[in-house]
Design a protein around this ligand. Structure first.
Ligand code: HEM
Length: 550
């Protein structure tokens, strides 16, 4: 069989590819429309195949071959135009960066997948290219002090937040890219973190921490993986303050099913998050979310239960009740649909547990590594609570400035979101010092890099809690550069709850135990092995908790 080709259709397909890119694709947030584009291409190719089959008189194989060659010509035209545009004509073409980062987001995916340490790769790029460098065809990473308030304070969320939904109001609050929708809905969340609401959570957080302390007392001196234990504790706390439910992880000494479902897939989701459109497509494939089903169902049932037992007279006892209250009272801050309310319910656990667990595990790591800091903290706690655990009260530990200094220093060196959130510049661009970034460009300030930049911090990699108070002036500490909870309208609404939880956990543990590395543990793997999957996945860390002599 021979198939003779007329070359005109091939050059037409090639030219059409160039046109489609130049006229349509290059002027839109391409990531949002790629699934549509793939669907339209599949329809077009199928249509072309049948047209050839009916009109050209070729065999099935010949028709297939001809359609494939024409389709390939179109694709080559499209990609040639795309690559040439991104390299030589794009509005951020003048920004330096690796060649492949300028061509495709797949380069970021590759960097992230390499060792799942995107933050380490960014550090290398910063050293090579300076404070402003291209990490994608339309994305710039900025490591500059003056960028922090500008990017976190004035820019909206980027297309990264479309990885689950393409609707502007998103599903859960954090994926909402519509500023009005986001502002409106965040009010319901803020009510759940008010001073009065936090006061109702505090004793319940303490009771969960006491369960952990009791476990540690029973096996005092035995090595314990704090990465696992702080995770179990964080889930139990979020179950309690999020839903008034007991996950029982600490008491049972094992991760709850809901936590397992999330953690088993975190790394893969974190990596594919680099190409949000791809994650969107994967997430919409049949069965892709099957592993999450038990967790989804658990959260949806909780919301159903809250609605069924809703009592408008009763003060809401947990965060999900505040979200349900807004819906039941048809408040403007209500989650717009039942699906988005269920999404928000899941966000409580996802946003609140891993982050707090990481912060606690890292703080305990630093205390084990720096015994003089541990001793000083214990002396501070003993001074206001001379009778030990029975004297413990949140009001007392809240006044221990050194405890907050330690937590802040830990959050500075090891922020639970190592890289942080992605934003987009306003339509008329963003001026950062001498550099103008054009409008509609994705930007981000990597938290850990800015919080350890030697231009802004003395002894940037040393753990020195005193830099936050006693030695603040001498060390020139700039508090505005500590952004573990992000900033602006997207700042973490759970920051006060997180601080309450960390203060309670760390103070209760160090009041009763001396903390040290377990035999054979150096802390090195823990220190260098964190995975950056938007939140952090920590390696295990074996610590020894020995009862203090009274
Ligand atoms: C040490 C603990 C925590 C850290 C370091 C932390 C950090 C952050 C950061 C950096 C963001 C912004 C993410 C982005 O820009 O996309 C964020 C958002 C958020 N956090 Fe936290 N968080 C912590 C604990 C909590 C807790 C306990 C809750 C309680 C449920 C919570 C709820 C949320 C929510 C709902 C958002 C979305 C806010 C929005 O989109 O406006 N976080 N958090």
């Amino acid at each position: 069989m021979t198939v003779s080709f007329n070359y005109r259709p091939l050059s037409t397909a090639f030219t059409l590819g160039i046109f489609i890119h130049s006229l349509l694709l290059k002027n839109v947030e391409l990531e949002l429309y790629l699934p549509h584009f793939f669907a339209a291409s599949t329809c077009a190719i199928t249509g072309l195949y049948y047209a050839h089959l009916l009109l050209s008189g070729l065999s099935v194989t010949g028709t297939l071959l001809r359609t494939a060659v024409e389709g390939t010509s179109f694709t080559i035209g499209l990609f040639t135009s795309m690559v040439v545009y991104r390299l030589f004509f794009h509005r951020i073409r003048k920004f330096p960066g690796p060649f492949w980062a300028r061509v495709s987001r797949f380069y970021a995916l590759y960097l992230s997948a390499k060792n799942v340490q995107y933050h380490v790769e960014l550090d290398k790029l910063r050293k090579q290219y300076g404070d402003f460098f291209r990490t994608g065809p339309r994305e710039i990473c900025v490591v500059r002090k003056s960028a922090v308030p500008l990017i976190l304070g004035t820019c909206l969320k980027s297309t990264w937040y479309n990885q689950i939904s393409r609707k502007p109001e998103g599903g859960q609050l954090t994926f909402s890219r519509d500023p009005d929708d986001h502002r409106r809905r965040k009010r319901a969340w803020d009510r759940g973190f008010s001073i009065k609401a936090l006061a109702t959570y505090q004793p319940r957080i303490k009771s969960k921490v006491d369960q952990l302390v009791a476990k540690f007392r029973k096996t005092a001196g035995d090595p314990k993986d704090v990465t696992a234990w702080t995770m179990m504790l964080a889930f139990d706390i979020m179950g309690e303050v999020g839903y008034s439910k007991d996950f029982g992880s600490v008491v049972n000494g094992e991760e709850h099913e809901a936590a397992k479902a999330i953690h088993d897939h975190m790394t893969i989701l974190g990596i594919f998050g680099m190409t949000p459109w791809l994650l969107y497509i994967i997430g919409h494939m049949p069965g892709a979310l099957a592993a999450y089903k038990p967790f989804f169902t658990w959260c949806a049932n909780m919301i159903k239960e809250k609605k069924a037992t809703w009592d408008s007279e009763k003060y809401p006892q947990d965060i999900s009740s505040w979200l349900v209250k807004a819906v039941m009272e048809k408040d403007v801050s209500a989650s717009p649909t039942e699906a988005s309310l269920n999404d928000d319910a899941r966000l409580i656990i996802i946003a609140g547990s891993d982050t707090s667990a990481t912060a606690n595990a890292c703080t305990l790591y630093f205390l084990a590594k720096h015994p003089h800091v541990l001793k000083k903290l214990q002396e501070n706690l003993d001074a206001i609570m001379p009778n030990g655990a029975q004297d413990w009260s949140y009001d007392k530990i809240k006044s221990v400035v050194y405890l907050d200094d330690i937590i802040n220093e830990s959050l500075r060196l090891k922020p639970p979101l190592i890289t942080g959130g992605y934003r987009v510049t306003p339509a008329d661009g963003l001026q950062i010092d001498e550099v103008y970034i054009p409008g509609d460009v994705n930007v981000f300030v990597p938290f850990q890099l800015i919080q350890t930049d030697e231009r802004y911090w003395q002894k940037p990699f040393d753990f020195i809690p005193e830099r936050w108070n006693e030695r603040k002036e001498e060390m020139g500490t700039d508090e505005t550069l500590l952004v573990p909870f992000s900033g602006g309208v997207y700042k973490c609404p759970g920051n006060h709850l997180a601080m309450m939880s960390m203060r309670t956990t760390i103070s209760s543990i160090v009041q009763q135990f001396d903390v040290a590395f377990a035999p054979g543990e150096t802390g090195e793997t823990f220190d260098t092995g964190s995975k950056d999957v938007f939140t952090t996945v920590l390696p295990p860390l074996q610590l020894q908790f020995t009862l203090r002599k009274s």
